[in-house]
Design a protein around this ligand. Structure first.
Ligand code: GLA
Length: 382
C-alpha cells in the first residue's frame, strides 16, 4: 500500500474520519555547505522522498499525533510547558509554538504521519517534518504566513526545541523546492533563483555511509561559533562585515594571529565555499560539468581538512570516486557521517556504484546505501 493510503487508513481508525494530506521533502545540496549560517550562498533542491501527514482540527486544545514509523501515539498541549518527551513529537510541538510566536493561530488537531527520508543520512528528514507541519498548520488555520516565515518556523524549531543552531538551507529547500530545479539562495539577503537542473549525460547519486551524523551534538554548534568568532575579529578592522561571507580572504589573513588556528581554518573553508557556489552556478549555465565536479572535490577537501566534518568512511568514498574518474564527489550536508553526493557520467554510473558498494563493504564491514537523486517539489497539499 502507498504511504499516503497507510496514513489515511490509520487516521480513519484512530479518529473516525479522513484527514487532509500535506507533504514536504528532504533535500540535497549540490554545493555551498556550512555557508548558510555565515550569510553565504547555498544551492539545494528538494528530493523525491519526504514526509506525508494527514491533519484535521479536533476542536480541543490538544494535539493528538501518531507516528506510523515509530508506531507511537503522543498527546500534548499547546503551551510552552507542554513540551513532549519524544523527539519526533518535539518537532511538531516546536512548529506549533513557533507559529504562535509569529502571531499565527494554532488549535488542537489530530495527525498521523510517516516518512521515507533515510534518517541520519544528512538529507534533512527533520526539516521535511517541520516544513510539512508548518505548511499544514498555516493552511488549516488560515494564517497567511509567507513561505520564508514557514521555513523560519522550522529553523527556529531546531534552535529553540532541538538544540541545533542550524542555518536556513534545509527548511528553505523543503518549503521552496521545485521539481527539476535547484535553488541558489543568498542566505543574507534571502534572494533566490531557480536553476533548471538536468545535467545531460550525467546522473547524481548519493552514497550513504550509514554512519550516523550527530548534528545535534555540539560539533555543529561549535563550527558555527568558530565562524562567528572569526567574523567578529575581522569586523574590528572592517565594520561592514556582518557575516563571515562578507569578508575578503586577505581580511581573514590580517587576524590570523588573533584567533585560534582552528577558527582560522574553519573561516578559510567558508570564504572559499561561498565563491565556489557562484562558480558552480556559472559553470552550470555554460553546461560545464567538469568545472562543477572539480568544485565539488574542492569542497570535499575543505570539509575534510579545514572544516573537519568528514570521517574515514566518507573520505574513502570520495577518494574512490576520484580514482574512478567520477566527475564530482563530496560529503553532503552537515557532515559527521551521512552521504557523499556524486556527479557521475551515465556510462560510468553502474561501474562506480557497484565498486563503491563492494569496496566500502569489504573495508568497513557494512554495505552503504545508494540513492539516485530525483529533484522534486517541496511543501504542498496533496
Ligand atoms: C545542516 C544544517 C544546515 C546547513 C548544513 C551544512 O544540514 O541544518 O542549516 O548548515 O548542515 O551546510
Amino acid at each position: 500500500m502507498e504511504m499516503k493510503d497507510r496514513i489515511q487508513e490509520k487516521f480513519q481508525t484512530l479518529f473516525g474520519e479522513a484527514g487532509d494530506l500535506y507533504a514536504s521533502a528532504g533535500r540535497i545540496n549540490l554545493i555551498g555547505e556550512h555557508t548558510d549560517y555565515n550569510g553565504g550562498y547555498v544551492f539545494p533542491g528538494a528530493i523525491d522522498c519526504g514526509i506525508i501527514a494527514a491533519v484535521k482540527p479536533n476542536g480541543t486544545a490538544k494535539v493528538k499525533a501518531f507516528s506510523l514509523d515509530y508506531d507511537e501515539y503522543v498527546e500534548f498541549g499547546l503551551k510552552e510547558e507542554d513540551k513532549p518527551e519524544q523527539q519526533w513529537a518535539r518537532y511538531i510541538f516546536g512548529v506549533c509554538r513557533e507559529t504562535v510566536k509569529r502571531g499565527g493561530k494554532v488549535e488542537g488537531f489530530n495527525t498521523v504521519f510517516a516518512g521515507d527520508v533515510p534518517l541520519g543520512a544528512g538529507l534533512s528528514s527533520s526539516a521535511a517534518l517541520e516544513s510539512t507541519f508548518a505548511f499544514a498548520l498555516n493552511d488549516i488555520f488560515d494564517n497567511h504566513i509567507d513561505k520564508f516565515d514557514l521555513a523560519k518556523i522550522g529553523q527556529s524549531t531546531e534552535h529553540n526545541y532541538c538544540g541545533v543552531k542550524c542555518g536556513i538551507m534545509d527548511q528553505f529547500a523543503s518549503v521552496f523546492g521545485k521539481k527539476g530545479s535547484l535553488i541558489r539562495l543568498n542566505c543574507k539577503t534571502l534572494e533566490y533563483k531557480y536553476f533548471p537542473f538536468n545535467p545531460e549525460g550525467y546522473r547524481v547519486v548519493l552514497i550513504d555511509s550509514c554512519v550516523k551524523h550527530e548534528l545535534a551534538s555540539s560539533a555543529y554548534n561549535k563550527r558555527r561559533a568558530s565562524c562567528e568568532n572569526a567574523a567578529a575579529a575581522i569586523r574590528k578592522n572592517h565594520p561592514e562585515v556582518e557575516f563571515l561571507s562578507d569578508a575578503k580572504r586577505v581580511w581573514l589573513d590580517e587576524v590570523r594571529s588573533e584567533i585560534p588556528e582552528e577558527d582560522f581554518l574553519r573561516a578559510e573553508y567558508v570564504i572559499g565555499e561561498v565563491q565556489r557556489v557562484l562558480d558552480v552556478c556559472d559553470a552550470l549555465e555554460r553546461g560545464d560539468y567538469e568545472t562543477v565536479g572539480e568544485m565539488m572535490y574542492q569542497t570535499h577537501f575543505g570539509l575534510s581538512k579545514l572544516y573537519e566534518v568528514s570521517c574515514e568512511e566518507l573520505d574513502f568514498l570520495n577518494k574512490l570516486a576520484r580514482k574512478m574518474d567520477v566527475t564530482g564527489s563530496r560529503v553532503m550536508g552537515g557532515g559527521f557521517g551521512g552521504c557523499t553526493i556524486n556527479l557521475v557520467k551515465d556510462e560510468l554510473y553502474d561501474t562506480f556504484v557497484n565498486a563503491a558498494v563492494e569496496q566500502f563493504t569489504a573495508k568497513f564491514g557494512h554495505a552503504p546505501k545508494v540513492y539516485p537523486v530525483v529533484i522534486s517539489d517541496g511543501a504542498r497539499k496533496l
